[in-house]
Design a binder for this molecule. Structure first.
Ligand SMILES: *Cc1c(COP(=O)(O)O)cnc(C)c1O
Ligand SMILES: [Zn+2]
Length: 497
């Protein structure tokens, strides 16, 4: 729809103003730094940085009802830069000129309500939000759209060249980073550090296809992360891990979309998110709090984090109910099918702790919880979901298993409506499905396939298959008839009439 055709009172808000005074603010010492340079940790105290808009009052002047209309009407605008996460421009990067925004079609992923059978089985109404339908097939695209738009912006304003963007990854971060960097062409080269043998072939193919330098390190993600952190301190590189606060900003769009889907009424809602490096849960909590600050949402939903028993440092931390006595202890991870979340030392943990304090203050102690699930539950629930029309990956299976664990534990009750995060596309983790079908999991995964979920192709053998070609019409007919009979027998088909 053309701008002039929208209601008059909303027209002036539809195209976001390029304004705002965005700064980095240290989570610990509060020092503020200009965003005209790439910064990830506080130069003074080495703590993590958040982004703050010093001119946020300008945004607060617009009432919540008008915000609802702005976001809802923006859906109808045909302006490419506002089609992705930048629908929420004022909340993501208010200083971002629209022509610096990179949108590859991320965000606004489908909310697919589970069918009656599945809701009945699980015992609550729920939706999967299909993050696998993002351009590189995971939610990481949201954060990369923000981080690479920002990079594009400062490359332009600071006239930088030869920028090298780098990240450590369990697979999906590198896929997204490489894709968005590739879109910027000559302006940005990208390099990714992966734990050797710990990303799936599909995930590995993505940065390779997008032309990134792919370097593999023996060990697990946490080892790659330490290398990248040290690199970003001593060398000129743009760090694209979720320590980069722009990534968090972009991923906040997930929370905004959930709010918008429910017409900004999040009372009685539950958001279920798997936790790895804890960037996503940080973004969800922060996004919800910021919408709540402005009254764009009045009620805060419950937020449930999910971890595998094989990589559960955040779960362990919140097992201690007395906040004063909580102590964060990194864990050594065990092999997990939720490989994208197989992280023992989540970089965003300090942010999570701070945000959960605030969240609990506003919404009560019951508003946040972390549950733990087994590898077996993750696989079974992934397959259960897919057998009911979803495209959940192993982490999506983990989310569903988490919702069920939370229902069993009484953390979530059956009258609440849940949004379960299917963080990546099923196809990225297809190797684990194959291991389940073949019953070939190494023992340390502790997964025993349930026969009812196993599936495999059945090869039919023709009685006669001439080796010469082309076949005569008679041979072709004979082959077809033979196959028809075999297919009909295999499927137990009944003849007509
Ligand atoms: C990165 C990732 C996660 C974990 O998200 P964090 O922000 O690291 O906690 C979960 N699922 C998938 C598919 C991922 O790519
Ligand atoms: Zn500091």
């Amino acid at each position: 729809m053309k701008l002039k055709d929208f209601p008059e009172h909303i027209q002036k808000h539809l195209i976001p103003e390029v304004t705002g005074q965005v700064v980095y603010r240290c989570l610990d010492c509060g020092t503020e730094y200009d965003i005209d340079r790439l910064l990830y940790t506080c130069p003074a105290c080495h703590s993590v940085l958040l982004l703050a808009d010093l001119a946020f009052d300008r945004v607060k002047k617009i009432d919540s009802k008008t915000w609802h209309q702005i976001f809802d009407y923006r859906k109808m605008l045909n302006i490419a830069a506002l089609k992705g996460i930048y629908r929420y421009h004022e909340f993501i990067g208010p200083m971002m000129p629209l022509d610096a925004v990179i949108c590859l079609g991320e965000g606004h992923t489908p909310m697919v309500e589970a069918n009656a059978y599945l809701q009945d089985l699980v015992g609550a109404r729920f939706y999967f939000k299909n993050e696998g339908q993002n351009p590189s097939a995971s939610f990481k695209d949201r954060g990369m759209a923000a981080a690479l738009s920002y990079l594009n912006f400062i490359i332009r304003t600071q006239q930088l060249d030869g920028v090298l963007a780098i990240c450590a990854s369990t697979g999906d971060t590198s896929a997204a980073a490489a894709l968005y960097a590739a879109y910027l062409g000559q302006k940005v080269a990208s390099a990714v550090l992966l734990p050797h043998g710990k990303v799936t072939p599909q995930q590995l193919s993505q940065p390779l296809g997008a032309g990134a330098r792919v370097l593999e390190i023996p060990g697990v993600f946490d080892d790659c992360m330490r290398v990248v952190e040290a690199l970003s301190e001593h060398y000129h590189v743009a760090l694209l891990n979720s320590k980069n606060s722009w990534r968090i900003r972009g991923q906040e769009s997930y929370a905004y979309e959930v709010a918008q889907w429910f017409d900004y009424d999040l009372s009685g809602k539950v958001i279920v998110v798997p936790i790895g490096n804890a960037g996503n849960i940080t973004a969800v909590l922060e996004g919800l709090l910021r919408f709540h600050d402005l009254g764009i949402i009045e009620a805060l939903p419950k937020v449930i984090g999910v971890q595998s028993r094989h990589a559960n440092p955040v779960f362990r931390y919140y097992q201690e109910k007395n906040p004063q006595r909580r102590l964060f202890v990194p864990v050594t991870v065990q092999p997990s099918v939720a490989q994208a979340a197989m992280i023992g030392r989540p970089v965003s943990m300090p942010r999570v702790i701070r945000l959960v304090e605030e969240y609990s203050r506003r919404a009560g102690d019951d508003s946040f919880a972390v549950v733990e699930v087994t590898e077996q539950e993750i696989m079974d629930n992934m397959l259960l979901a897919n057998r009911n029309g979803h495209i959940a990956c192993t982490q999506g299976g983990e989310s569903l298993a988490g919702l069920r664990a939370a229902l069993r534990a009484g953390i979530v009750n059956k009258d609440e409506v849940a949004v379960v995060d299917a963080t990546a596309h099923h196809l990225k983790f297809i190797g684990f499905q194959q291991m389940y079908f073949d019953n070939s999991f190494p023992p340390e995964f502790e997964v025993t396939p349930k026969p009812e979920y196993q599936n495999r192709p059945q090869l039919l053998a023709p009685e006669k298959m001439p080796v010469h070609s082309p076949w005569t019409p008679a041979e072709m007919q004979e082959f077809t008839q033979d196959m028809v009979q075999q297919v009909a027998a295999a499927l137990g088909l009944k003849t007509k009439g």
